[in-house]
Design a protein around this ligand. Structure first.
Ligand code: GLA
Length: 684
């Protein structure tokens, strides 16, 4: 029987082996294919004092009994110890079973290589084969070892709060641990369940990343372990906990995706982008329409005539889809009412809502709608009929956030209600785009009479079932995922949606930073982005209309401005930029995307290459250099991944060698009016 297994990924490999007494699996090597041939960089070469062997070993997954002092992945009341029992492997999958004979807990540690990518998915299937319930307080999906050296680990993570999501930060961990978590019932705005680990001794050396495919509460720790390696643990957070596994019952943890690249953070982003595209499958090729969303223009005051005016103006610019955001349904005059009663406010639409939708479509626009299916307003009819459908604890007052409560979506009757109203809307009206929002986390999270229900998991499971239902039943429907901005952008959501809304903050320079972080984790085809008015709701630093357009063109372009305030000149410029974006969107959405320089540089730039075409979007973030009034030189953007010997031609006929573009760079001349630009190069 073999003791060692290697999973081959596109250009990397991952090798694990059983320790001699077959109590746990160890990571042998992870990196470019072939790294497994040679002594493992992770093995403990010293002796062990005051701790157990498992505490010092590069363990893949261990219960707390077995690994009592260094971090363990599974926490079971009364503790657990296990031993290897069986191997059921194929070329692309490993399933290695460990059994605790005393409690009957069986843990199958699972690995799946994602064909055509450098992503490995890991998860664990737990079964209680014993006779007593097993109570679990820590439910990791995987432990991930990275062979960092004496200087410790550089951790890169994405953090923020509402309107400041995806802020990229790095910290060096020389000892101790680093922790991120969400108790929000969604991944949340504060942290994204995503982390990169690099050796702190190098500025941007090989990068190892994890991303948790879980749309609920979660936890992730990174710790410098006794032998000096860095070990990351990630999994869902039982909320409220613990999770009880009854005799005969099984549960599967969410998947943790692992990725590595020798080309630093940029190379790793490329691996994640390839994985995002894999998750999109054939839907990647579906056109993601240029949309207009009326939220910032009209807020809750949704009146058919005003919406139609905006739709007409949007259609004139070349917009392809008109989305009515919040405020279209009964009782929704402001954020204190309406949620749960998903019936159009017919009196707001002359001739009725159906006629309004048809008028929008008669302009040549597709029609989209905002919903917040998990939410309920205390003033709603739904709440009057079903006060027991919300999370609640008997005897405790309910906390309102944004004046609303949260439905206990894990309940079958709630799930059926939500599916029912979505089906009704989608069959009654020709809706081709749904923005699914979620604007409050759970509080008083209980379900009277069921004290041990695994509420977070049940909620997430039904949220996923609903998204799956939408995809299966309405294959042409595009779903945009949103949770008060970028609160729910995990891989499980992304694999069931077409686009995500990274943040409510669309102000130019803030958005540039948000998109920079977003593109470390997800590919551009997922990044919904709007051109809004300036100064708008957030960051007042002025930037041109062109800047705001080029920024929104970096992903899936939309417009959220009040078009009635735009001048003829602005409309002309907008129409030109929309047409330009349409002609480039295949390259932007499906090409290889590289952030060349970020928002802290004087020139920020992103490159997209598909076949012979390279598109560069660039933004002037800082002060102007002063030329041509004083001596100076062009700003330069150095491109990546081009053929040094090939010739590339821009749209003015200027030719450059690949070597020039790579080492000298594409010249840009910024002026006050031209603070952003689009460059298209064709390999000749
Ligand atoms: C959330 C979303 C916004 C908008 C509002 C509507 O905040 O993130 O884009 O849809 O809800 O209430």
């Amino acid at each position: 029987m073999t003791n060692r297994w290697t999973l081959e990924l596109e250009s990397t490999s991952y090798t694990v082996a059983l320790e001699p007494q077959r109590r746990w699996l160890e990571l042998v090597a992870w990196g470019p294919r072939g790294v497994e041939h040679g002594p493992s960089p992770l093995a403990n070469r010293g002796s062990v004092h005051f701790i157990t062997d498992a505490d010092a070993a590069p363990v893949e997954y261990a219960p707390r009994g077995l690994r009592p002092f260094s971090a363990a992945d599974l926490g079971v009341a009364g503790e657990s110890w296990w031993r290897f029992a069986a191997d059921e492997s194929t070329d692309t999958q490993l399933r290695l079973a460990f059994v605790d004979e005393l409690t009957g807990l069986r843990a199958v540690q699972c690995y799946r290589a994602e064909p055509g990518t450098d992503v490995l998915c890991r998860w664990v299937e737990l079964t209680n084969t014993g006779t007593a319930a097993i109570s679990i307080d820590r439910l990791g999906s995987a432990g991930v070892c990275v062979p960092t050296g004496e200087r410790g680990a550089r951790l890169t993570y994405l953090t923020g709060q509402w309107s400041q999501e995806f802020t990229r930060r790095s910290t060096v961990l020389e000892a101790g641990s680093f922790r991120m978590e969400s108790r929000f019932g969604v991944p949340g705005h504060q942290y994204v369940p995503w982390l990169t680990v690099q050796d702190a001794a190098e500025t941007d050396g090989p990068a190892y990343g994890v991303s948790l495919a879980w749309s609920g509460s979660w936890e992730l720790d990174a710790e410098i372990e006794p032998s000096g390696l860095t070990r990351v643990r990630a999994g869902r957070l039982a909320n409220p906990g613990p999770v009880v596994l009854e005799p005969g019952a099984s549960l599967t943890t969410p998947e943790l995706a692992l990725a590595s690249s020798v080309d630093g953070l940029g190379g790793l982003a490329g691996v994640w982008h390839a994985y995002s595209r894999k998750l999109a499958g054939p839907r990647l090729r579906n056109r993601r329409p240029v949309l207009y969303n009326s939220w910032e223009a009209t807020g809750f005051e949704v009146l058919g005539s005003r919406q139609l005016d905006l739709a007409r103006q949007a259609a004139d610019l070349g917009v392809e889809l008109f989305v009515v955001d919040d405020g279209w349904f009964v009782g929704r005059d402001d954020d204190t009412g309406g949620l749960g009663d998903w019936t159009p406010e017919q009196s707001s639409f002359e001739g009725g809502f159906g006629a309004f939708v048809e008028s929008v479509r008669a302009l040549g626009l597709d029609f989209g709608l905002w919903v917040e299916p998990e939410a309920i307003s205390p003033k709603s009819k739904l709440y009057a009929e079903h006060p027991d459908w919300v999370y609640r604890i008997d005897g405790r007052p309910a906390t309102l956030i944004r004046n609303q409560l949260l439905l206990d979506l894990g309940k079958t009757e709630v799930f059926e209600y939500v599916r029912g109203f979505l089906d009704e809307l989608l069959t009654a009206y020709p809706i081709s785009y749904l923005k699914w929002d979620m604007n409050r986390p759970p509080t008083e999270r209980g379900r009277p009479g069921e004290p041990t229900a695994d509420l977070d998991a049940e909620h997430v499971a039904n949220y996923h079932r609903l998204l799956d239902h939408l995809r299966d039943t309405y294959p042409g429907l595009i779903v945009e995922s949103c949770a008060g901005g970028g609160g729910r952008t995990d891989l499980a959501t992304v694999s069931r949606s077409d686009v995500v809304w990274p943040s409510d903050n669309t102000a130019a320079l803030d958005r540039l930073r948000i998109q920079d972080g977003f593109l470390l984790m997800h590919a551009p085809h997922l990044m919904s982005s709007w051109v809004t008015d300036a100064p708008g709701v957030f960051d007042p630093r002025p930037r041109s209309l062109r800047f705001r357009f080029v920024l929104a063109m970096a992903g899936v372009l939309g417009i959220g401005a009040d078009l009635s305030r735009w001048s003829a000149e602005q409309r002309k410029e907008a129409a030109e930029l929309i047409a330009r974006y349409k002609s480039l969107r295949i390259t932007i959405h499906t090409g290889r995307c590289r952030v060349l320089s970020g928002p802290t540089e004087p020139t920020a730039a992103t490159q997209y290459t598909l076949g012979e075409q390279t598109v560069v979007l660039a933004w002037s973030t800082g002060e102007l250099v002063g030329t041509p009034l004083v001596p100076g030189r062009s700003s330069r953007i150095r491109l990546h991944g081009l053929d040094a010997a090939a010739t590339y031609r821009d749209e003015d006929g200027q030719e450059y060698s690949g070597a020039h573009l790579t080492h000298v760079g594409l010249p840009v001349e910024w002026t006050a009016e031209r603070d952003a630009d689009v460059f298209v190069l064709t390999r000749v």
